[in-house]
Design a protein around this ligand. Structure first.
Ligand code: PGA
Length: 254
């Protein structure tokens, strides 16, 4: 059985006291998660990391960040590196989110460098891939996904590649309320797993965790997570509401 993961991406939201309240509610809600197999990850803004680590306590949930710099240390004003995160015992980091690709010029190469930096410091990258609306409408979505994987990430050693958590996030579904249908999502997840199998073999493909992201919420998570190749979700908006976030974590079939 593959790992089942629900990760919350808070993006640039919440003031300190609101973040504290949400963390408190999540910490209390974790007890309501019925399956022992589900891993919960919270990715708050950097400013709330230390507080989040306190609430996460002895592993009730894990903490990730939404970005990292590819360098280790040095004169890079305003940046935060993987060794810094590691020194705080942060475990995960989202890389290549479409908002970072769109607004901050991240490319497949930047994503690759960040993955390398994270793995060097023993953090787990959550790598986002996915097509825009134009790319889907032009029927280019398979090619786009293939390129995002093949260009750089497929040059990783099999062991490093297998350490990545992927999130398929169709850009047209992020924050729009327009979710991919379970069939649409499953089709791409199966395609991604197929590409991984061709490149790295059956064993790695079978174990690779692929999350779905894009308007996944407490209502539609169950049907999405029931798909054969969907191993959980990367949740934006709905992760800012603790009861919804916990309900999503309870959306896996037993
Ligand atoms: P959303 O965001 O759930 O608000 O659509 C998902 C994401 O951007 O990771």
């Amino acid at each position: 059985m593959r790992r089942q993961i629900v990760a919350g991406n808070w993006k640039m939201n919440l003031r300190f006291s609101e973040a504290e309240e949400l963390l408190n509610e999540i910490a209390e809600g974790v007890e309501e998660i019925t399956s022992k197999n589900v891993e919960l990850i919270v990715c708050p803004p950097f400013t709330y990391l230390e507080m989040a680590m306190d609430f996460a306590g002895e592993g009730a949930f894990s903490i990730g960040t939404q970005n990292v710099n590819e360098k280790d240390f040095g004169a890079y004003t305003g940046e935060i590196s993987a060794p810094m995160l590691k020194s705080m015992e942060i475990e995960y980091c989202i890389v290549g989110h479409s908002e970072r690709r769109k607004y901050y010029g991240e490319t497949d190469e930047t994503v690759f460098r960040k993955v390398e930096a994270l793995q060097k410091s023993d953090l787990t990258p959550i790598v986002c891939i996915g097509e825009t609306l134009e790319e889907r409408e032009a029927n280019n979505h398979f090619q786009v996904i293939k390129k995002q994987l093949e260009n750089y990430l497929f040059t990783l050693q099999p062991l490093d590649f297998s350490g990545i958590i992927f999130a398929y996030e169709p850009v047209w579904a992020i924050g729009t309320g327009k979710t991919a249908t379970p069939n649409q999502a499953q089709e791409i997840h199966a395609y991604i797993r197929g590409l991984i199998q061709e490149k790295f073999g059956k064993e790695i493909a079978r174990k690779q965790v692929i999350l779905y992201g894009g308007s996944c919420n407490a209502t539609n998570a169950k049907e999405l997570f029931a798909q054969a190749d969907i191993d959980g979700g990367l949740i934006g908006g709905a992760s800012l509401n603790a009861p919804d976030f916990i309900k999503i974590a309870n959306s896996f079939a037993k």
